[in-house]
Design a protein around this ligand. Structure first.
Ligand code: PMP
Ligand code: GLU
Length: 395
């Protein structure tokens, strides 16, 4: 008798490149190697005290049972209020649901809206999981090539042309962008929304880095722009801003029919997001922590400034200032040319010979680049730059 075998769809799904590199770096560390990992983007700060305490309180008070599939009603209300206060979204509690992480929210949204064979536009460089998530929803990812010469913000006409050429039904947006740190201006984003409207595209807007901004950059959600609300599904939450990475929480805000569909799916595949985590998220919604946020942004800002200055002195590397998130997408094309290596081989040598984990740009459809996460301590970042310089200057 034959045992179960992975089906064709699952065989098309590759492991998340960011998580794979991070796991490899962790395994090397366990073997006693002094690896510095700028792989996965996970802030080095702890979850803020009041939020962690709310989780502990939830366990102590026995709030450990199932909740409604779409999340605790009071959390959906608090989430709608938080999204309004923080990003100006105008969604009621019935248009907001709780998901188990931004990944799960993206998955739910795609699962509920993509018809088999639908073309979905993904703007490169893109966060590694989008193509796989579209494929899992039986859609077809269509990658729009990167535009480093435009600060990584695509022109609306380019998006419109891709929509026409491929007969696309949807477009995934991610600003502030992982990996480039790009943040469009309001006018650029409005032009993209207008193009989506003209070509009847839905938008899936991953705004998980929406409050991590530098140099006066402004985060605008397409759902707040004219013509945007009715076609946009917004993914947001506290994963990155509040280091709630392991709690697995997020919000999905979208037209109610989509939220109802996602909620039905969630009721079948998950039941509900972790109750304890929802209680912690409720605290995060109700109690803003401006001093804590300012301290984090100051630390990220210092690390970003350090990288910008330090990398300017490394031959063959170039870095444009990221405007949001906590990644440096380093242009290593010149170094690669000089050394006869592509980005994957460079990342490989950096890890094996210099004990520095970075993610090759190819994982984000931007070959020749390397992504460095600066959500690590300053001493680690200093070590990382020394190792990068050693690599760049090695014969
Ligand atoms: N979207 C982007 C752009 C990300 O970088 C990440 C990183 N984890 C996620 C979604 C997933 O976040 P979560 O941990 O909340 O699932
Ligand atoms: N989003 C982070 C990153 O891009 C974490 C890893 C992941 O979830 O893939 O590194």
């Amino acid at each position: 008798m034959a045992g179960p075998v992975p089906n064709a769809r699952s065989r098309r799904i590759e492991e998340s490149a960011t998580l794979a590199i991070t796991a490899r770096a962790a395994a090397m560390k366990r073997r006693g190697l002094d690896v510095v990992s700028l792989g996965a983007g996970e802030p080095d700060f702890p979850t803020p005290g009041p939020i962690a305490a709310a989780g502990i309180r939830a366990i102590e008070q026995g709030k450990t049972r199932y909740t409604a599939a779409a999340g605790l009603p009071e959390l959906r209300t608090a989430g709608a209020d938080w999204l309004r206060a923080t990003f100006g979204l105008d969604h009621g509690p019935a248009e907001v649901m709780v998901c188990a992480g931004a990944k799960a929210a993206l998955h739910m949204a795609l699962d509920a809206t993509v018809e088999p064979g639908d073309r979905v536009l993904i703007l490169a460089p893109y966060w590694v999981s989008y193509p796989a998530l579209v494929t899992m929803a039986d859609g077809v990812p269509v990658v729009v090539p990167p535009v480093p010469e435009r600060g990584f913000v695509h022109d609306a006409d380019t998006i419109a042309a891709a929509a026409r050429q491929h007969g696309a039904r949807g477009l995934i947006l991610n600003y502030p962008n992982n990996p480039s740190g790009a943040v469009p201006t309001r006018a650029q984003l409005q032009a993209i929304v207008d193009a989506a409207r003209a070509h009847d595209l839905w938008l899936l807007s991953d705004e998980i880095y929406g409050s991590l901004l530098y140099d006066g950059a402004e985060h605008v959600s397409p759902a707040t722009l004219p013509g945007g609300r009715e076609r946009t599904m917004v993914v947001s939450g506290f994963t990155k801003s509040h280091t709630m990475t392991g709690w697995r929480t997020s919000f999905l805000a979208a037209p109610q029919a989509v939220i109802d569909a996602c909620s039905r799916i969630q009721s079948q595949v998950l039941g509900n997001p972790c109750t304890i985590s929802q209680e912690a998220m409720l605290e995060a919604c109700r109690t803003p922590l401006p001093a804590e946020h300012a301290a984090r942004m100051q630390a990220f800002g210092e690390r970003r400034a350090f990288l910008l200055e330090a990398l300017a002195g490394v031959p063959g590397l170039a870095l444009e200032p990221p405007r949001g998130a906590f990644y440096a997408l380093v242009d290593a094309r010149e170094l690669g040319r000089r050394r006869g290596l592509d980005d994957v081989a460079m990342a490989e040598q950096l890890l094996e010979r210099h004990l520095l984990a970075v993610v090759p740009g190819s994982a984000f459809a931007i070959p020749g680049f390397l992504r460095l996460s600066y959500a690590v301590s300053m001493p680690e970042l200093q070590q990382a730059v020394t190792r990068l310089r050693d690599f760049a200057e090695a014969r």
